[in-house]
Design a protein around this ligand. Structure first.
Ligand code: NAD
Ligand code: GLY
Length: 364
């Protein structure tokens, strides 16, 4: 029994694609219509495969479907793991008309997308995200890639999928910590440019944590709609798309500094957004009442509000310098003028960042 609730579109001219959101979509025949080839490689990991691989494969009917099951974890988001996908594609003689389908969270989606972007200079790609974080963020917008030991997501490509299929029922098998990590990216949309959504989250976070189907469907739809609008306006991040990185410069430093996988991406982003807000307060741009609202919502979603003290301010600064938003040696940060009003700026006193880190990390 499937219930398609919403279809959104990411408007990119000839490369526009739909986002389907609903219950039971893994079993529906919706996906089949978006696969333009007979050869299909389903890429997933060893946690998700026993849960959903067979069902997704069954929905593809008589296509020639192979699979590649990767080890689970952020620490495997590497060039070595990427090569395992190429091994299967080449061993099975997949041609340049084939389709790669990513079934899993953001790690599987990012690696598979990069494999699709680079195998024979580009093959078809479809996203079937199964974590909240992947459903509200990583599956939409075409950022793909892998980590390098010196920096997160430093190797990759922009490469859009042909469609995104979101079965909200898949969240029922996700553990509470991962659900919370996804909520960090949901909060992010409210903070960036959707104050009304932020207020809705303040009222409804408990329902989301209890996995109320209607509340989740609403939050996923609103998040995808917010992201799709930004991506349509600035696909390659030459302007406003950088706002989607709110909290990420701090967050990526935490993930790299703690060792990939120790802190979940969403946890690091949550702490990073709170630190960006603290810094914005220090600059006189953000007000204390709004900061308290953010800290309260973040904590209520089971998320950290500070980086781990063990990293230290100096190490954080060193790690933050390896960021894709660094231009001509100058660090740019996404900061806040209010809830729903983010901006990218390099126009801040270095002490504001240093003081924020010193104070924040001493309280962690
Ligand atoms: P993840 O992919 O590691 O998934 C989290 C965990 O949940 C894994 O153990 C996974 O196996 C498991 N899992 C997945 N679906 C499940 C299900 N339905 N039931 C039970 N377990 C399930 O992590 P994530 O939070 O989904 O994604 C984080 C990654 O996404 C990071 O690498 C981050 O850099 C990337 N990211 C990319 C973008 C982008 O625009 N491309 C945006 C945000 C984040
Ligand atoms: N997650 C940031 C982006 O997609 O641009």
């Amino acid at each position: 029994m499937s219930a398609l609730r919403h279809t959104l579109s990411v408007d990119l001219g000839a490369r526009s694609y739909p986002i389907y959101i609903g219950r039971g979509l893994l079993d529906a025949d919706l996906l089949r219509a978006h696969v333009p080839s007979r050869q299909v490689l389903l890429v997933t990991n060893d946690t998700v495969a026993p849960l959903y691989l067979q069902r997704l494969q069954a929905s593809l009917g008589d296509l020639q479907v192979a699979h590649c099951i990767l080890p689970d974890g952020e620490q495997y988001k590497t060039l070595e793991t990427l090569n395992r996908i190429f091994d299967v594609l080449l061993q099975k003689r997949f041609d340049r008309g084939c389709t790669l389908i990513a079934l899993g969270g953001g790690v599987v989606g990012d690696i598979t997308g990069f494999a699709a972007a680079s195998y024979q200079r580009g093959v078809h790609f479809i996203q079937v995200p199964t974590t909240l974080l992947a459903q509200v963020d990583s599956s939409v917008g075409g950022k793909t890639g892998v980590n390098h030991p010196l920096g997160k997501n430093m190797i990759g490509a922009f490469y859009q999928p042909r469609c995104v299929l979101i079965d909200t029922d898949s969240l029922n098998t996700l553990d509470d910590r991962q659900l919370s990590a996804g909520l960090a990216e949901v909060i992010k949309y409210g903070l960036i440019n959707d104050a009304e959504f932020f207020a809705w989250l303040e009222q409804n976070h408990q329902l989301l944590r209890q996995r109320d189907a209607d509340a989740l469907a609403f939050a996923i739809h609103r998040s995808c709609a917010d992201k799709a609008a930004v991506v349509a306006a600035d696909e390659r991040e030459s302007g406003q798309r950088a706002l989607l990185n709110l909290g990420h410069t701090f967050g990526h430093a935490i993930e790299t500094g703690m060792g990939y996988g120790a802190w979940l991406h969403g946890e690091a982003v949550a702490a990073g957004m709170c630190m960006a807000a603290q810094m914005s307060l220090r600059l006189g741009w953000f007000d204390a009442v709004e900061l308290q609202r953010l800290l309260a919502l973040t904590a209520a979603c089971g998320l950290p509000t500070w980086a781990p003290a063990q990293l230290g301010a100096e190490r954080m600064l060193e790690l933050m310098a390896v960021d894709k938003k660094v231009l001509a040696g100058k660090l740019r940060l996404v900061l806040l003028k209010g809830i729903g009003q983010a901006l990218v700026s390099a126009d801040f006193a270095a002490e504001a960042l240093q003081d924020t880190l010193n104070r924040g990390l001493s309280q962690a």
